[in-house]
Every structure is written in C-alpha cells, then in structure tokens.
Ligand binder design. Structure first.
Ligand code: BG6
Length: 283
C-alpha cells in the first residue's frame, strides 16, 4: 500500500506481523499507523489513495498522532506538529503471547522548541493480535517547567458510511463544530452519518460501537477524556485536496482525544492514554 513514488528519505515504513498473521504498518513520518490488517487480511483503517506521502504534509488516513494541540484551538499549526515530524523506531517485536508490538519515539528538537518551548518525549506503543489493535500515547515532560497540551489519536476507520451506525454516544454533552461550536446533548438514538459531522463528545467513559453490515469495531479508550467523530461529507471533501470527492462514503474518524481539559504535566511527569479497537464479524 505504500507508494514509493514521491517518498522523501524520512518516509520510511515498518511492517510488523503477529504470530496469528495480524499486521500493522507504520510510517516514521508522523509516528503514523498507516495500516492495520486482522489475520483474515482485511484492512481495517482507511487510507486516502490521494495521500501524497510527502514528508512535509500529514498522512491522510490511518492514525495521525495529534500533539501538542488539537485542531486550531491555540497558536500552533493545526493539529500540532507530531503528525508531520520524523519519529524513530524503538522496537518492532513479537511478544511471548504472540502479539506484535511497535514502539516509536519523538523528542523535542530545535524545530519544535521554536513553537513549543518545552523538552518532551512521546512514545507511541502499538500492540496488536487477532481482532485487536491497541494504540497508546505516552507523553513525558523532560523539562523543569510544567506544560499543557491537547492531543488525539485521529483514527480513520474503514467504513461504508451508508451502512454504518455509531452506538454508545447517547447522553453525552458534545460540541458541534458544524453548528457554530454549539454545546448540545446527544439523545438516545444512535448516530447515522447522513451529512457532515464534526463533534467532540466530552467525558466519554463507555465503548463506542461502529457498526457496519459485515463487521463492527468497538472502540474503547482510557486516559483520553473526549472522543471526536468526524466525517467531512461531500462538501468537506471538496475542500480537502488529498481526499477524493466520494471519500466520505468510505471512512469515519473516531478519535480518542483530550481537548476540553488540556493535560497539565508537571516537571518530569508522564501521562498516557490509549485507544483500543476490537473488530467483531457480524453473523
Ligand atoms: O484536515 P486535517 O487538518 O487533517 O483535519 C481534519 C479534521 O480533524 C478533526 O479532528 C477535526 O475535528 C476536524 O475539524 C478537522 O477538519
């Protein structure tokens, strides 16, 4: 799936396989999970065929790591810099239980300190086997001053939107970015995506089920308080150069995020959060 054309030297890919055949591919550019295949060989993440694989732009699909700023909610470039930074590989291994493990790291650099003047270390831990992908982000403050950040695992799930229903979002307070960022309360009905959706659900503490005709994905999260649901619909795809006009029919982003209450890290403290995805075949 990786297109060797146009790749800059920083665009290196690592493929790891679990004992049962589950497979994950990551790009060092962005510390980015580009592909997750369950042992049946089925791809579970969306990757835009128009993605340009350039080292100066974010990868459109997979799991972008958003740090230290979610969206445009601060002075930094949109969604921060982690998704466009060169990460390093710490480990690619098969664990004793047969699961695959990839660990990637990003530290501060001259470039990051120009816009985010803090010493930090990020580690992304990607563990997978069978029907499960667990992606954990660990943030450590290596400086003598506290800093705040917002962040997300911006997961693009492969989904046929016409057949997709999201369960488990009922009852939450959410911010509706397609309606002037108004704060609303989700009703009891499940979410069918029939137009542009861009919402931050707050204080999410239950699994979210992304239910499709052939399979469901159950997303759980820990450490991250919020969850974002995003589908740009056709009007949004028109404005995004690396998405085809009909791309909105083929994915939904369900993001584990920390947005409403930025995480404050005291000197030398660490924070971690994960998103766990479990795939269930519909019988
Ligand atoms: O085009 P980008 O920078 O990758 O952002 C994609 C989307 O990311 C989502 O997380 C935001 O809620 C949306 O508002 C945004 O449009």
């Amino acid at each position: 799936m990786s297109n060797p054309e146009n790749q800059q030297p920083t665009n290196e890919f690592i493929v790891a396989t679990a004992a049962d055949g589950a497979q994950v591919e990551v790009a060092l550019h962005g510390g980015h999970v580009c592909s997750w295949r369950t042992p049946d060989g089925v791809e579970r993440l969306f990757m835009s065929p128009l993605n340009n694989w350039h080292s100066d732009s974010a990868i459109r699909g997979g799991i972008p790591v958003i740090f230290p700023q979610f969206a445009s909610e601060g002075p930094l470039p949109k969604h921060g810099f982690a998704r466009v930074s060169p990460w390093t590989l710490l480990e690619s291994s098969e664990q004793i239980d047969g699961s695959g493990l990839l660990r990637l790291a990003l530290g501060d650099s001259e470039e990051t300190r120009k816009i985010f003047p803090h010493a930090f270390a990020l580690e992304l831990r990607v563990k997978f086997s069978g029907q499960t992908l667990n992606t954990e982000l660990v943030v450590t403050n290596n400086s003598d001053q506290s800093f705040d950040f917002t962040c997300a695992l911006h997961t693009y799930l492969d989904a046929q939107i016409a057949d997709t229903v999201l369960y488990g979002l009922n009852g939450y307070r959410y911010r509706d970015s397609v309606d002037g960022r108004r704060i609303k309360h989700a009703g009891d009905e499940p979410l069918h995506i029939t137009r542009e959706v861009d919402r931050v659900y707050f204080s999410v503490d239950k699994p979210i089920t992304i239910s499709g005709r052939k399979h469901s994905i159950i997303a759980t999260q820990s450490g991250f308080d919020d969850a974002v649901v995003w589908n740009p619909w056709e009007n949004g795809c028109e404005k995004i150069a690396d998405l085809k006009l009909d791309a909105y029919q083929h994915f939904v982003c369900v993001e584990a995020a920390a947005i409403e209450h930025p995480i404050k890290l005291t000197p030398h403290a660490s924070w971690s959060g994960y998103q766990n995805l479990e795939c269930e075949t519909v019988v």
